[in-house]
Design a protein around this ligand. Sequence first.
Ligand SMILES: [Zn+2]
Length: 381
Amino acid sequence: MTTLLLVLLLAALILAWVLFWRQWQQDDAEPSIEHDERVSPLLRGINYLLVDKPDLALQEMVQVAKLRSEAADVYMALGEMFRSHGEIGRAVRIHQNILARPDVSSELYLQAHFALAKDFQTGGLLDRALRHYQKVLDVKSGHLNALKASLRIREQSSEWLKAEALLSRIEQLQGDQNALHRAYLWGALAEDAIQKKQFDVAQEYAEKSLALSVNCGHAYILLMSLALQSGKYDNVKNILLAMQQDAPIYVHLLIPLLLKEDIFYDTIMDYWHRQQDHELALAWMEEVAKQDRDEAITLKENLSFMPLSLRNSLRLAAIGMNDDAVFVLQAKQWRASMKHYCCAQCGVQTVDMRWQCPQCHQWGSMCPILEDDGLSRIIHK
Ligand SMILES: [Zn+2]
């Protein structure tokens, strides 16, 4: 509704400006619009914007803010426009000017602080962004967008416990529970604990993560890493079985971990025979080929691996399993730049596995890419 009003207001203003401009054009003796006292600062500001003089426009808009409180929506829209064009400084000045007005209404106060927070967040000044989101929340503790934006910043800053507290507030407001999201936050905490060599704490956090959601792929990887680190090899099979059940698309990510020890060849081979997981087989051959291409070829024979897609054939070629040297070179170049994972929610593709989508920030949405879309161009060119 506000947007509609805004659009109507803008349209009315532009129409007024056009009418005025026509009138002004008909009278040759009139001074230029910039010096014409009859023209309101708002119209002059729009004129400056149209002739691409944003700084002069901003000056006029400051006048407007002092003179006409009803122009606030236009003012806010300008701030949005500057931000969306990457002109963060100008957006900040506009929103600070609104807040500096003595007559600012409580609704406008909220809007301006929220907009200012977004300006700082876009500009990467996360502490300042958080401060302004907090000002919004101080007035309206259930401001969902301010909570979500603050959560995003806490995650970006690896402040997982603060992120979890915000997630709880969001869940309360929305009346639902996002167990997978929370599970990934505890997974991130567990990973931090591993970095600090607090292995018992990490074990507790990773188990908590799985208790929250059995689909949390990160938790399995961490538990496997902890099992191997502490020499609890009996756990390896259990973790594999649990993953096979509830998080099979991530099992191939275990390969680098398992191959650090020499004793899991049979365990992985058993898994391959049970599941025929091509991602796992390819990850295994690729990992082995880093050290010894001939050993990878032997492994391929032992796996009786037959690629079922063009993508998989190219991956094999990229580790040298093809007689055509030119093709191998092309495949290697492709492999070096190939995107390997895709977000099931927003479709963004990444080279490496990410537990949180870098674009839509959904947790646990990245999956291995299995299709051959667009690959035929590469081998036929
Ligand atoms: Zn996404």
